[in-house]
Design a protein around this ligand. Sequence first.
Ligand SMILES: [Mg+2]
Length: 222
Amino acid sequence: MGTVIIDLDDTLATTWKAAQKGNRKLLFFFLKKRLFRIVKALILKEDKEFIFQNEAILLLDPSSVIKKFLSQYYPSLPESVKEEACIVFEKAFYEKFSLTDGAIELLQHIKGRYRLCLVTDGSKKWQNEKIDFLGIRDYFDSIIISGEIGTSKKNVRNFELACKGDEKIYVIGDRMETDIRGGNAIGATTILFRNGFFEYERVADVTPDHSVSTLREIMSLL
Ligand SMILES: [Mg+2]
């Protein structure tokens, strides 16, 4: 039958746009609370390297990341303020979070033709919440969440768990260093969706078999 492995964040869903809205609201919240050190750090992107290079962050949810940074900049900040910050982020996030244009058509196209597996980075709770918010759980034959298995998609294991020895495998995702690298490592046909934060042309030592700018283009490749 063959297997299609697909990514959630910034492939099937508009995660980066939603996170940007959450981050903006969080910035105003920090200003209101006069937490200027963390405002400065956010504006100057002082923790950018850590956020994009650290593998552990791929296993976490936004609340854990927000609490981690607040504790780092303000070790004695009351727990209630940290909780409030998490609520501010999540509320704004879900106002903007939705399926990417063409996502349902693509899922319906795959369903029945291939085994469909979602392979996604993030905590078990956060990824499951998003899957249910979008109402797409029933499309998948299996769902592999990094936070649940303990390794991120930077590890080929996450992709190996999904393919179950199928001969024909496709991997669809928006990140070169996870989706495309992992897909290439298991011998899959890889399809890069140029979308979200990673939309810009990236220099990487991996090459996808196909590169598309809309989800609808993928249907003719499967
Ligand atoms: Mg992604």
